[in-house]
Design a protein around this ligand. Structure first.
Ligand SMILES: [Zn+2]
Length: 278
């Protein structure tokens, strides 16, 4: 495809920085808040979560039931194409707005998780951290039989699921201090930690181009990285279904899914060795 050849030319001036969003994970089966065919949903805000016990019951019950189907989620060929491009020296790193951990699982090494990791839970009082699996085990101890009753419930974005009987749900608390527990992720309206943003900015500063893949660039941090690329005068490429905030600045724009485009791009720039693993 001519368009992918145009995209490949962005890599002429050295390794490229890649910014990914939710759409790169939809082909792994993680629903998108704005995805086609899904009813409009609004992500829970952290203010609601902190202020209202009903939201916390809803969150932990959904997270526990969603953990079943989430275990079956695997990186898709788009994630793996980016890992191949990094191994071939074609990209200097992946900056992602996703909290699903799929880039690292696909083999990417240089990964900046702008919004943190959904696999980590932290105490809002004493800042102790646990894995999500540990905290969900506490949920099971406090709510025997609950996860079994809702097994197979439809999966929502962010590892959530459709659940009920919420009034009776008992929410896990910090075993050290009794404080409220929350995912170690940056919710809408919260600020990306400065050290994390600085690492993302460093990747853009050292890159020959910026490639946006599967993000409409609706979040401010992504826009700041775009502005950083513009100030440096490096070209910007876009792969996305639907419009993005970078369209007017993009020198190459591909309307379409990230998986097929990234696989084709990796085929041009990082061909697999004959007989080698993809
Ligand atoms: Zn605590």
């Amino acid at each position: 495809m001519d368009q992918v050849a145009d995209l490949a030319r962005l890599f002429a001036d050295g390794p490229v920085a890649v910014l990914t969003g939710a759409d790169i994970s939809t082909d792994s089966g993680i629903p998108d808040y704005r995805g086609a065919g899904t009813p409009p949903r609004t992500p829970m805000s952290i203010e609601q979560f902190m202020a209202d016990p009903a939201y916390r019951r809803r969150f932990w019950a959904g997270a526990r039931v969603g953990a079943g189907p989430m275990q079956a989620i695997e990186p898709n060929p788009g994630h793996r194409a980016l890992a191949r491009l990094e191994a071939a020296g074609r990209i200097d790193g992946v900056i992602t707005q996703n909290v699903d951990g799929l880039h690292r699982r696909a083999g990417s090494r240089s990964v900046v998780e702008l919004h943190g990791s959904g696999a980590t839970i932290r105490c809002t009082e004493c800042a102790a951290r646990w894995t999500r699996a540990e905290v969900l085990h506490w949920f099971d101890v406090a709510n025997p039989g609950y996860a079994e009753r809702y097994a197979g419930a439809p999966l929502n974005p962010d590892g959530d699921a459709e659940v009920g009987e919420l009034d009776a749900v008992r929410v896990p608390r910090c075993p050290a201090c009794g404080g409220l527990l929350r995912p170690d992720v940056v919710y809408f309206g919260e600020v990306v930690p400065p050290s994390v943003f600085a690492e993302a900015e460093r990747l853009v500063n050292e890159a020959g181009a910026l490639l946006l893949a599967g993000t409409s660039l609706a979040v401010n941090t992504g826009v700041r990285l775009l502005h950083r690329a513009e100030r440096r005068g490096i070209p910007v490429g876009v792969i996305n279904r639907g419009p993005t905030a970078a369209d007017s600045r993009a020198s190459v724009r591909i309307e379409g899914g990230t998986t097929e485009t990234l696989v084709e791009l990796a085929g041009l720039l990082a061909p697999a060795a004959p007989g080698g693993a993809v």
